[in-house]
Design a protein around this ligand. Structure first.
Ligand SMILES: NC(=O)c1ccc[n+]([C@@H]2O[C@H](COP(=O)([O-])OP(=O)(O)OC[C@H]3O[C@@H](n4cnc5c(N)ncnc54)[C@H](OP(=O)(O)O)[C@@H]3O)[C@@H](O)[C@H]2O)c1
Length: 353
């Protein structure tokens, strides 16, 4: 017998500009062949997961458009069709399983969806069991110990290859990825400056997260001069979360052999700001490396990332910032909040207890 599964979807593909809450709808489906009672499932090896925490991420906007160059890069970035359930990383509890690797009651993390229940197909969705013996809150497995944490860790260590004493600039520094990059950089002996969109966020960076300095980019009429002021000796590493004018300004202030980790370009996702047009002569003559990366290319760092970050957490050397909304209904507003800068740290939805 099928059961009701509520999920969030888009009414139509998102055109240029900022979407609104009315671009989304909550639907329910009985089509999924779920039969929880009795623990049986439709297909062999399927696992039925009740979702507990779901991740809300900026890249999903590019998936919701009719076209984005990102859509062909990887399965998880593929286009979302109107009415379709939207897959997203999360943490959940197994409620039925035909797969010997997972049993009822296991807590798992992987690609789930903006829905109450997800059926994970055999071998799919990078489903792993959460090690509950570590004692961290469950939400951590969708935030600092999930893809956002890996993005920050691999992007900083594997892509930027930092050396002690280097000068690091991080944009969207109070967000999920940025707040961790800045903290890893400080733990590695770098000089770190972050930018954020409010005074409260700027204060958080310097007073709570240990950044050496920070500024509110919205109050800077000239980003190139702002960076020159904060980095009189130039930038060695720029961890770019925003693209656009900030990337141009950072390139203008990079040192010779500087490295840019092109992690994201959130300022360009809504189409309201022009794409970055950095000075290519600067890139050439300063021999700057600009390297785009996806966290999923760096799974070889996963074990090291988990053990190092868990140790930092146990030793109280790293702070976790989470922005948690309650209930599936809150997904549209939390998602749009990423583009308004509502969040501090990782945006998560608590779907169920
Ligand atoms: N390459 C990868 O594998 C990978 C993985 C995860 C995320 N990403 C990318 O990394 C970036 C950060 O993602 P996240 O999940 O950590 O999000 P986040 O930083 O937690 O949230 C987004 C933040 O971006 C800032 N922002 C929004 N619009 C902006 C604009 N027009 N200009 C400048 N800043 C703006 C806002 O903070 P303010 O108050 O500072 O404006 C907002 O809080 C995104 O670009 C995302 O696509 C890449």
């Amino acid at each position: 017998m099928g059961m009701e599964n509520r999920y969030v979807t888009i009414k139509d593909n998102i055109a240029a500009g900022m979407p609104t809450e009315s671009s989304f709808e909550l639907r329910s489906s009985r089509a999924t062949p779920l039969a929880i009672e009795g623990g049986s499932l439709g297909s062999q090896q399927d696992v039925l997961v009740k979702n507990l925490y779901l991740s809300v991420d900026p890249y999903q906007l590019n998936r919701m458009k009719k076209f984005s160059s990102s859509q062909k890069s990887a399965g998880f970035a593929s286009r979302v069709l109107p009415g379709q359930a939207i897959d997203a990383f999360g943490v959940g509890r197994v409620v039925a399983s035909n797969n010997g690797e997972f049993k009822e009651g296991d807590v798992v993390a992987g690609l789930l969806g903006w829905e109450e229940y997800t059926v994970v197909k055999s071998g799919g969705n990078m489903l792993t069991k959460v090690d509950l013996t570590c004692g961290f809150p469950l939400s951590y497995h969708a935030s600092i110990l999930g893809p956002s944490g890996l993005t920050a860790y691999a992007g900083f260590y594997d892509v930027c290859k930092p050396k002690m004493g280097e000068k690091v600039f991080v944009s969207a520094a109070s967000g999920s990825v940025g707040s961790l990059v800045g903290q890893y950089a400080k733990l590695s002996g770098c000089y770190v400056v972050g930018c954020s969109g409010t005074k409260e966020k700027v204060d958080l960076l310097t007073q709570k997260l240990g950044f050496d300095d920070a500024f509110n980019y919205k109050e800077e009429p000239d980003l190139k001069s702002a960076l020159q002021r904060h980095f009189p000796d130039g930038i060695d590493i720029y961890f770019d979360n925003v693209g656009g004018k900030m990337l141009e300004a950072a390139i203008a202030n990079m040192n010779i052999f500087g490295r840019v980790a092109a992690c994201g370009a959130i300022s360009e996702y809504t189409g309201e700001s022009a794409p970055a047009a950095p000075d290519v002569l600067d890139v050439i003559y300063k021999r700057i490396t600009i390297r785009g990366f996806l966290a999923y290319d760096h799974l070889h760092c996963q074990a090291e990332f988990m053990s190092t970050t868990s140790e930092y957490l146990r030793d109280g050397k790293i702070r976790v910032l989470e922005h948690i909304s309650q209930g599936l209904e809150s997904i549209p507003s939390a998602f749009l909040g990423l583009f308004r800068g509502d969040n501090v740290g990782k945006t998560l939805i608590r779907v169920s207890d």
